[in-house]
Design a protein around this ligand. Structure first.
Ligand SMILES: Cc1cc2nc3c(=O)[nH]c(=O)nc-3n(C[C@H](O)[C@H](O)[C@H](O)COP(=O)(O)O)c2cc1C
Length: 410
């Protein structure tokens, strides 16, 4: 599976001898289908020219604040990136990042981005081995920065030791792994998506405007993060995401049954479907005839799938969705607590927002925290959400749950 296709990779190039290898890295990333933007430090320009990267990426290259086009490029690039990879990373940039400095464009982007940051140190072995550099690298690792390399071998200066930049194919692998493996690798994820249809009679039903796009995007993003994904979908006109097992259902009751058959064996349950709150108290077995008198429909509550799963003795890590027309934050926290779930992703719905559109923005809330995911395509919002789910899942006490799985497979 190609995890890099369509991903936004921001490559930071610093002033080191290995900068010439960054051109090959960019070429490989493009070949894997990624969109690449290059930000060079001022020193990098002394080692390799911007035109090389411009030609390889098909995009403008940023060499510093003077290339700022919008006046806010550091923020826009920070938001644009799915991953930031600094290769080569000099001793100096490691020091700047460790200190949280923002006195050049690349360092400012690293502060502003919520995308995972990977750095590929490249320097003389004595510079790499110096306690100052080692301390800076340790600080960055503690903050979650992924250190790629350095490799050991012969250096440009003639020394032999640790400090060579990892070769571009290995960096390509590292960045691909950061999407494809790791985050949800080895986990089973169950996702619901789309609307449900609650039959009034053999030809009519009550439903809602959900297109299923958000749930399908979550399923695709979870698959890309290495999970084994089952998607239980109400009636939608979307293709099955690659590598995802799809179960089609119509009503809330059918969705509940399909979920409950699988909930005990999943690690994470994401309830993105817009399940009916109410269903007709009775479904007529024959088509209801038109009458001149008013017709009153009697409704009863539909099954609450999320609350049912969350109430299981060994419940999976549950993530709910809430479509709200007002008071987003207040209602999000209230609904999360009310359902007894670990995480809730809330979005405002209304004209051009939420349902049946290609873009979305989310407020994700959990115990003691929240994250606003800016408006973007539903797929890119889903990637961010899945990263957050993976982080919260890893931080949650799910031992009980894993034990119950061990019993299952025994
Ligand atoms: C010829 C030459 C080669 C250099 N090679 C490296 C290197 O491989 N790694 C490194 O960390 N610094 C190296 N430096 C030092 C950096 O260029 C210098 O610290 C610079 O300020 C780094 O800026 P930057 O981190 O903004 O790119 C080299 C300097 C020169 C003149």
């Amino acid at each position: 599976m190609n995890f890099l296709s369509g991903k936004h990779i921001l490559v930071g190039v610093c002033g080191g001898i290995a900068a010439y290898k960054s051109a090959e890295l960019v070429r490989l990333l493009r070949g894997a289908g990624a969109r690449v933007r290059v930000v060079m430090t001022a020193s990098a320009g002394e080692f390799v020219g911007p035109r090389t990267f411009q030609a390889l990426t098909g995009e403008a290259v940023w060499q510093g604040w003077s290339d700022d086009r919008s006046g806010m490029d550091h923020i826009e690039l920070a938001r644009w990136a799915d991953r930031v990879l600094i290769a080569p990373a000099t001793a100096d940039v490691l020091a700047r990042l460790a200190q949280g400095r923002a006195d050049d464009l690349l360092a400012a982007i690293c502060l502003a981005t919520s995308a995972p940051l990977l750095v590929a140190p490249a320097m003389n072995q004595a510079m790499w081995g110096h306690p100052a550099t080692q301390a800076n690298a340790a600080v960055l690792c503690e903050r979650g920065v992924r250190l790629c390399g350095p490799a050991t071998g012969e250096q440009a200066c003639g020394d032999i030791g640790a400090g060579r930049m990892l070769e571009p194919p290995l960096l390509l692998q590292a960045i691909s792994d950061s999407f494809g493996r790791g985050l949800l690798a080895g986990l089973k994820v169950l996702v619901t998506a789309g609307p449900t249809r609650e039959a009034l009679d053999p030809v009519r039903f009550l439903s809602n405007r959900s297109s299923g796009k958000m749930g399908y995007a979550v399923a695709a993003a979870a698959r890309e993060a290495g999970a084994e994904v089952t998607l239980i979908s109400g009636p939608v006109s979307l293709d099955r995401p690659a590598g995802v097992a799809l179960v089609r259902v119509e009503s809330a009751q059918q969705m509940l049954e399909a979920v409950m058959q699988r909930a005990g064996a999943c690690d994470i349950f994401v309830a993105a479907a817009a399940v009916a709150d109410y269903q007709p108290a009775e479904t007529a077995s024959r088509k209801l005839k038109r009458q001149s008198a008013e017709l009153t429909l009697k409704l009863k509550p539909a099954p609450d799938i999320l609350a049912t799963v969350a109430g299981l003795p060994a419940a999976p890590f549950c993530v709910g969705f809430a479509a709200e027309t007002e008071n987003l934050r207040h209602n999000a926290h209230k609904k999360r607590l009310g359902k007894g779930i670990a995480m809730l992703a809330a979005n405002l719905v209304g004209p051009d927002l939420g349902f049946d559109v290609d873009e979305n923005a989310l407020l994700v809330v959990w115990e003691g925290g929240e994250l606003h995911i800016e408006k973007d395509t539903k797929y890119r919002v889903a990637l961010r959400l899945v990263e957050q789910i993976a982080g919260r899942y890893q931080a949650s006490p799910h031992d009980k749950h894993t034990e119950s799985h061990a019993e299952h497979s025994a």
